[in-house]
Design a binder for this molecule. Structure first.
Ligand code: PMP
Length: 284
C-alpha cells in the first residue's frame, strides 16, 4: 500500500513518524474518514470543512498541503487502485522532540498522514440487509465530541463491550438520553418522523448526518432534531445509524428489544438508497 506522509507518497513500511509526535503521546490529533465509491470521493467538501473546524477549535496549524487535500486523496485512490473503500486522514500537532503538555511553538509543523483502506463491497454491505444489534452504555467521553480527535479509547471500549454481548455497536447515553453511536450518529423513526439528536458539543456533527437530513427533507419526510431515550428508541418503528463508512445502517435491536418488526425498516432502506444514489452522483 502506498501512503502519504508530510508531502511524500511512500510504501507503508517506509512511512515513519517520531515517537515524540503528540498524536502518539497525547492523542493530540484530528482525523477524517472519507468513503470512495466508483473510485470517487463521497462528501469530500464536507470532510475538508469539518477538518478545518477541528483544527481551528484546537488551535492546531493547518498543514501546508491543506489546499491540495483533494488532489492527495485522488492520487492515493489512483496509486492504490481503490474502487470502493475509505481514505483515512490524520493531522497531529507534530513533535518538538520531547514530551511536554504545552503546545510546541508555530515553527513545529503538523504531521499529515493519509492512507487508503480497500473495501470491495462497501456499498452492497450484507449487514445492511440484517441490521445492527445495539447495546446501550454510559457516555464517558470528554465534553468536546464535536471535535473529531484521535482520542478513541472509550469508543473502542464501547465496541468491545458490544462485541462481548454479541452485538454490532453501542449507543452512548448521557443524562438518560442517547448522544450517538461509538462511531456514528443515531436515529429513530416514529410514524413518518425521523428523530435524531440536535447538534451541540455533545456529538460529532456527522457529514453523513447532514446529507441524510437534507435528502430526507427534500423527500418531504419530517425531521425532528432532539434528544431521545433508549426506552423511546425501543418503542420506535425503526432505528438506524449513519456514518461515512456505513452510510445508512438499520438498527434492529437495542438492549435485547426488537425495534419495530425486528427487521430493517422501510425509512432506513429508502434513506440508504437515496444517500447512495445522490452521493455517487455528487462524488468527486
Ligand atoms: N459520531 C461519531 C462519534 C463518529 O466517530 C462518527 C464517524 N466518524 C460519526 C458520528 C459519523 O460522522 P460522519 O458521518 O461524518 O462519518
Amino acid at each position: 500500500r502506498i501512503v502519504y506522509l508530510n508531502g511524500d507518497y511512500l510504501p507503508e513500511e517506509e512511512a515513519k513518524i517520531s515517537i515524540f509526535d503528540r498524536s502518539f503521546l497525547m492523542a493530540d490529533g484530528v482525523y477524517e474518514v472519507t468513503s470512495v465509491l466508483d473510485g470517487k470521493l463521497i462528501d469530500f467538501a464536507g470532510h475538508a470543512k469539518r477538518l478545518e473546524r477541528s483544527l481551528a477549535e484546537l488551535d492546531m496549524q493547518k498543514p501546508d498541503a491543506f489546499d491540495d487535500l483533494l488532489e492527495i486523496h485522488r492520487e492515493l485512490v489512483r496509486r492504490n487502485d481503490i474502487n470502493e473503500g475509505m481514505i483515512y486522514l490524520q493531522v497531529s500537532r507534530g513533535s518538538a522532540g520531547d514530551r511536554d503538555f504545552v503546545y510546541p511553538d508555530a515553527s513545529v509543523k503538523p504531521t499529515l498522514v493519509l492512507f487508503t483502506q480497500n473495501k470491495p463491497g462497501l456499498a452492497d454491505n450484507p449487514k445492511a440487509r440484517e441490521g445492527f444489534k445495539i447495546i446501550s452504555i454510559e457516555d464517558q467521553r470528554w465534553g468536546r465530541r464535536d471535535i473529531k480527535t484521535t482520542q478513541l479509547l472509550y469508543p473502542s471500549m464501547g465496541k468491545m463491550m458490544a462485541k462481548a454481548a454479541g452485538c454490532d455497536d453501542a449507543w452512548l447515553v448521557e443524562d438518560g438520553h442517547v448522544t450517538e453511536g461509538t462511531s456514528n450518529n443515531a436515529y429513530i423513526v416514529k410514524g413518518d418522523t425521523i428523530i435524531t439528536r440536535h447538534l451541540s458539543n455533545d456529538i460529532l456533527h456527522g457529514i453523513t448526518r447532514a446529507a441524510v437530513l437534507r435528502f430526507a427533507r427534500e423527500a418531504q419526510m419530517k425531521v425532528e432534531e432532539r434528544a431521545f431515550t433508549i426506552k423511546e428508541a425501543q418503542q420506535a418503528d425503526e432505528a438506524f445509524v449513519t456514518s461515512a463508512s456505513t452510510f445508512v445502517m438499520p438498527v434492529v435491536e437495542i438492549d435485547g428489544a426488537a425495534i419495530g418488526s425486528g427487521a430493517p425498516g422501510p425509512v432506513a432502506g429508502r434513506l440508504r438508497d437515496i444517500y447512495l444514489e445522490e452521493s455517487r452522483k455528487a462524488a468527486v
